[in-house]
Design a protein around this ligand. Structure first.
Ligand code: 4AD
Ligand code: MG
Length: 431
């Protein structure tokens, strides 16, 4: 018995092989049964012909319930009617375990029902495709940063400081001290950049945000590069090169998944550098000209504003130079203006919203000390961060890319809850 996986069938045309598989779906007539098989690596059709396998095995094939597990043996043939291109002519089936009333049937289900059954919903064709795309984005991320001279550094998850503001922290006990779950590894990555030059992290972050939107998770994964001697515009170039790299990697390496999701690949193929840039000032003018009279200079953008700006472009767009009042304490001021900072958000096309937040960081000791005071941050908790500005401080910049929003955009998923295996949402900690 030659045990292989579905994604390897292309190397075994004409051979008899065995798959460990589950039954995703089936249809049959009196003489022939078509089994939709899945094994984790992919999906393939198994064809069972009664005249060839005999009455008994044919009855087994016809009687199997959805999600029954089995070893199935057959001959690999080419099948030019499907993009996958191969089929299995079944000769034998050894049922391992039957499945009883699998809840996720091929019919439509409501969102809450699917979310309650996330542990099983993950097996569906669409969720499988999104997880494969998520994996490709992660793989391409490591490849991009490793090829460009970055070192992976892992910041802590339990922290004593709050880089993105204190309102959204998960607090916990650290023996006798108070600790917080990390909202961003940035401050630690700045220390690491002073040791290793160009660094990136990839890890979970936590925000107790009371937002119930298609873009917000309570626990999400972030990629955070940080670079010494890199200034504002150079930072944007790294971001656009990185984002176009991951999108093109998915286009190249996940064609079956994109097809299964019905994604319009031509929209992804267009994602090439350079990306457009619009200043916050010009974005406000644009919004006023387009009927958004609810927003004033100094306000942060909501999703409708971001979407209106993004719809103007086919590419992700950088919104640059936000007002100092709506951004965190660590951002470098504009050299000629004291009301805006050297930051940019990258807004994805098609209404997926902000996928990156980034900036040049303050490197002047005196200014950083002043900002920590103005923001009423605990000077002791930030002492080490301030000290970085005393020991050969250099201009440096970085950014954070939200993995789930990026995967939702590339996959065309409606909601970020589909781009993470077990989403943590407002009011959802199960399963
Ligand atoms: O813009 P944010 O808050 O930036 C930072 O945390 C910086 N310290 C990053 C850095 O410069 N190293 O978050 C970065 C990205 C957002 O653009 C978004 O993609 C994602 O993280 N994000 C979320 N994704 C899902 N659910 C949420 N609640 C998110 N909050 C932020
Ligand atoms: Mg942001």
């Amino acid at each position: 018995m030659k045990k292989i996986t579905i994604n390897d069938m292309k190397h075994h045309v004409g051979e008899e092989i065995t798959l460990g598989a589950w039954l995703a779906n089936k249809r049959s007539s009196g003489k022939i049964a078509f089994l939709q098989l899945r094994d984790g690596s992919g999906f393939v059709q198994g064809v069972v012909v009664k005249e060839e396998v005999g009455e008994e095995l044919f009855a087994v094939a016809k009687g199997m319930t959805q999600e029954t597990s089995m070893y199935v043996t057959g001959v690999v043939t080419e099948d030019s009617r499907t993009t996958f291109g191969y089929e299995l002519q079944v000769k034998n089936i050894d049922v391992i375990a039957e499945a009883i009333d699998f809840p996720i049937t091929p019919k439509e289900h409501g969102t809450e029902f699917l979310m309650d059954n996330r542990h099983l919903w993950l097996r569906s064709r669409k969720q499988h495709a999104i997880m494969k795309i998520r994996n490709e984005v992660i793989r391409a991320t490591y490849e991009f940063f490793n090829e460009n001279g970055f070192t992976k550094v892992d910041p802590p998850i339990l922290t004593g400081s709050a880089p993105e503001g204190t309102s959204e922290l998960f607090q916990t006990k650290y023996f006798d001290e108070d600790a917080y779950l990390s909202q961003s590894g940035q401050l630690y990555m700045e220390a690491a950049a002073m040791a290793l030059g160009k660094v990136f992290s990839f890890g979970p972050t936590f925000r107790a945000e009371k937002s119930k939107t298609r873009r917000h998770l309570i626990e999400f994964w972030m990629i955070e590069p940080e670079m010494a001697f890199v200034e504002f515009n150079e930072n944007l170039e790294v971001q656009e090169n990185y984002v176009s790299y991951i999108v093109q990697s998915v286009v190249k390496n996940c064609p079956l998944e994109l097809e299964r999701l019905g994604r319009d690949v031509s929209k992804l193929e267009k994602i090439k550098v350079p990306f457009p840039r619009i200043s916050y000032d010009d974005a406000i003018t644009f919004l006023h000209e387009n009927g958004f009279n609810d927003i004033q200079w100094g306000d942060d953008f909501g999703s409708p504003h971001e979407t209106a700006i993004a719809e103007h472009y086919d590419l992700p767009v950088f919104i640059t130079h936000y007002p100092i009042g709506i951004k965190p304490f660590y951002m470098q001021p504009h050299p000629d203006r004291d009301d805006v900072v050297l930051c940019a958000d990258l807004i994805a096309p098609e209404g997926y919203g902000e996928i990156i937040g980034g900036s040049e960081r303050i490197h002047d000791h005196h200014l950083m000390e002043q900002r920590i005071k103005e923001h009423n941050l605990d000077p002791q908790a930030y002492a080490w961060y301030l000290e970085l500005r005393k020991q050969g401080s250099v201009p440096h910049s970085g950014f954070g890319l939200g993995l789930e929003r990026t995967v939702a955009w590339i996959s065309g998923a409606e909601h970020v809850r589909e781009s993470i295996p077990f989403p943590r949402l407002l009011n959802r900690l199960y399963p």
